[in-house]
Design a protein around this ligand. Structure first.
Ligand code: 0X9
Ligand code: ZN
Length: 439
């Protein structure tokens, strides 16, 4: 009874009083340097036990910098701890609210798809309205699709682009982590390019596959990050001792094995069981329905400029790892041409950290999709989740370059290879690279 009252109170507070837009005046983001395992352990313990500090990037390797946000009342405690353990930190943002205020938010005008300009962020409602209008404008090739439902009763809305029957599928997911705002507009930009670009390669990419594209697979969380707490990551399910499940820890693949928590207050709470969340459960059903024809799965996160390959529990080169590495590296080469943006390509564990229960692992393990990547979009350790809106278009353009290159390689090197025939596919890949070199 007590916990029910607590849950109701939490729900009330989170939807009422707390849903006032939270301000981050004088919040500081630190960039912390570590030198050894001991220092890393101090930060890891802090992350696990003290939720006053928001680890924008977790401490996973002593050689990597960590970005942490602290409130004005807490930042001295953090600095004291760092000094005690001889860690050096520089300030990357000293008044987070100022940077939030620079995240231009525009309204989308209904029936004017051109009014979604690629230099501002848009609310969930506006993204959904834009999707409706896109479908209305391109009725021959675009259909509205519902990928699933959410805890708060919304629909996970997407778009299917198809130029005719008999095509294999590509699935694109964005916005599973609410605060990673660059993800939804990048995915929307891909939709826009597939439908409107006059560039022959883009048109061919659009034509040769059936595309299932979902810009915001965590709509409740995204809405909350717009209207209440900018740095919200999870869905919005209410528990007696916390709110929200990290949907990228809730898939039924090595659930709760690594990099996940059993504490609902944690940002990496994995839920009460695999697929405990309606979002992942319903979306997985949609994916399964098209699964045996799925050739490529892409999920868009931020930040760090990385292209990650499954799995999140081991750095062993499983399935068609070598082939996927080669294709990924070349695609990141294509991405870098426009603006020189550099990505690191590699296995999740090697390049980032151990973390299981993600969408990418589930589609690889259960649907055996040959090409599976997780993009960590711009930037590296500067603005982080607060990527300035001027970078939306460049991010969209360079990312689209890489997606088109992925398609090109899949067609060229016959990566229609299933995940099981790694060796043969890698040979073909190698042959292709050698031929390209000599031609
Ligand atoms: O930790 C995550 O879920 C992703 N990084 S983020 O900073 N955007 O939160 C990485 C996901 C990589 N894939 C898996 N771990 N399965
Ligand atoms: Zn993410």
């Amino acid at each position: 009874m007590k916990s029910l009252i607590y849950a109701l109170l939490l729900a009330y507070l989170s939807n009422g009083v707390l849903s006032e837009k939270f301000r981050y005046d004088n919040y500081t983001v630190f960039r912390i340097h570590m030198e050894n395992e001991e220092q890393m352990k101090v930060l890891k313990d802090l992350q696990d036990t003290d939720f006053r500090f928001d680890f924008w990037t977790p401490p996973e390797h002593p050689s990597k910098l960590v970005q942490v946000m602290a409130g004005p009342e807490d930042k001295d405690d953090l600095q004291k701890l760092l000094t005690e353990h001889n860690m050096i930190a520089e300030i990357s943002m000293n008044n987070v609210q100022e940077f939030i205020d620079k995240q231009t938010i525009k309204r989308y005008t209904r029936n004017e798809i051109g009014s979604m300009t690629w230099n501002a962020y848009y609310s969930l409602e506006d993204i959904y309205a834009w999707l409706d209008d896109v479908v209305a404008q391109y009725p021959d090739v675009a259909t509205k699709v519902i990928g699933g439902q959410t805890y708060e009763g919304r629909e996970i809305v997407g778009i299917k682009i198809s130029h005719g029957p008999g095509k294999k599928n590509i699935f694109i997911e964005g916005g599973i982590h609410a605060r990673e705002w660059i993800s939804p507009p990048t995915v929307c930009f891909i939709i826009h390019e597939l439908l409107t670009s006059p560039v022959p390669e883009n048109m061919a990419a659009a034509r040769d596959f059936d595309w299932h594209i979902f810009p915001v697979v965590n709509p409740d969380g995204y809405k909350f990050s717009f209207e209440s707490q900018r740095f919200w990551r999870k869905n919005r399910r209410v528990f007696s001792n916390g709110i929200g499940v990290d949907l990228n820890r809730n898939w039924n693949s090595n659930w709760l094995v690594h990099g996940a928590s059993t504490n609902p207050s944690s940002d990496i709470y994995a839920g009460t069981g695999p697929f405990s969340e309606i979002e992942t459960r319903s979306l997985s059903r949609y994916m399964r329905a098209i699964g045996d024809q799925m050739q490529m799965f892409l999920t868009f996160h931020s930040y760090g400029q990385m292209l990650l390959l499954p799995f999140g529990n081991t750095s062993e080169p499983l399935a068609n790892y070598n082939e996927a590495m080669n294709i990924g590296r070349r695609a990141m080469g294509a991405l870098s041409v426009r603006y020189g943006t550099e990505y690191v390509t590699g296995n999740i564990v090697e390049v980032l950290y151990e973390a299981t229960g993600g969408t990418d692992e589930w589609v690889k393990e259960h649907l055996h999709v040959p090409i599976v990547y997780c993009y960590e979009l711009r930037d590296q350790l500067q603005y982080g989740f607060l990527l300035p809106p001027e970078q939306i278009l460049p991010t969209g353009l360079e990312t689209m370059d890489s997606v088109v290159d992925l398609i090109h390689q899949m067609k060229r090197f016959g990566t229609m290879a299933s995940a099981g025939v790694a060796g043969k596919a890698s040979m073909m890949m190698l042959l292709g690279i050698v031929m390209e070199y000599f031609l």
